[in-house]
Design a protein around this ligand. Structure first.
Ligand SMILES: Nc1ncnc2c1ncn2[C@@H]1O[C@H](COP(=O)(O)OP(=O)(O)OP(=O)(O)O)[C@@H](O)[C@H]1O
Ligand SMILES: [Mg+2]
Length: 247
């Protein structure tokens, strides 16, 4: 479904993603693991088109700070230079890190905004889907999103991404800062979303909480791929085990 080959992303002279290749097959849940500043967000943002958007905005002001090269195919189409909106229309939807929601809008308004490219009937169906996936959201639907807990905001952010009807849902550190109970809720939701036919690529610092749901994973350090494999293969690698599994 998604093929990334020899991707490079430079910010000025700093290499954030270094010659990285990865693949996500239809129906899979694939993890990208790496510590702080490993390049996870840059990778996710480049797949979603946000890095390219930032680059074009800077170029219009005369800047040449960001350089992107490599290949990126989604369902066979070259998307490396496609606009983010084009990617969303094709089914690539990013749920950004630290649960970004519109704080002054209600939960339901946020979910509605997530589906802005869709028809009204579809938006209603997607809001229903979010409430079925995360029942607490229905009770909170009239509340301002900024008043919710971190875990509740993460549910809203995931619901917004789902409102855009992804084929490939990209989740950047969905478990960040959540309590263990809330982490289990999100992991359960990931499994359910996947069962409903959505392919998932997710980035996390630690692999352990998502291990039960991932099919394969990639470990990156300083933008470079260190190792990839099935969950078991990653667990069997002693270095990966101590650095990313906390065991
Ligand atoms: N807009 C930017 N301008 C300049 N450098 C950037 C920019 N965004 C990221 N970087 C640099 O790229 C590298 C990778 O950062 P990135 O945010 O992708 O890491 P990360 O793995 O998501 O880290 P974290 O776990 O903290 O979220 C870092 O060295 C960072 O300083
Ligand atoms: Mg990040």
């Amino acid at each position: 479904m998604l093929e990334v080959k020899n991707l490079m992303v430079f910010f000025e002279n700093a290499l954030a993603v270094n010659d990285l290749s990865l693949e996500v097959k239809k129906g899979e849940i694939v993890g990208v693991f790496g510590s702080n500043s490993a390049g996870k967000t840059t990778l996710m943002n480049t797949i979603a088109g946000l890095t390219q958007h930032m680059m074009h905005r800077e170029q219009r002001k005369g800047g040449q700070r960001i350089t992107i090269s490599g290949e990126m195919l989604f369902e066979g189409e070259d998307i490396l230079r496609a606009k983010p909106s084009r990617r969303v229309a094709k089914g690539i939807v990013l749920c950004r890190e630290r649960h970004p929601v519109f704080k002054d809008c209600s939960v339901e308004e946020n979910l509605r905004l997530g589906g802005y490219l869709r028809k009204e009937s579809e938006i209603r169906e997607r809001i229903r889907y979010a409430y079925d996936l995360f029942p607490p959201l229905e009770r909170l639907k009239g509340k301002k999103a900024g008043m919710l807990s971190g875990g509740e905001q993460e549910m809203v952010a995931i619901g917004m991404a789902l409102a855009a009807r992804p084929k490939l849902l990209i989740m950047d550190e969905p478990l960040l800062g959540l309590s263990p109970a809330m982490q289990s809720e999100v992991v359960r939701a990931v499994r359910e979303i996947s069962r409903d036919g959505v392919t998932i690529l997710l980035a996390e610092q630690y692999a352990r909480p998502v291990m039960p749901v991932i099919d394969r994973g990639y470990v990156i350090e300083n933008g470079t791929l260190i190792v990839s494999g099935t969950g078991k293969e990653l667990l069997d690698n002693p270095e990966v085990r101590s650095a990313y599994f906390g065991v």
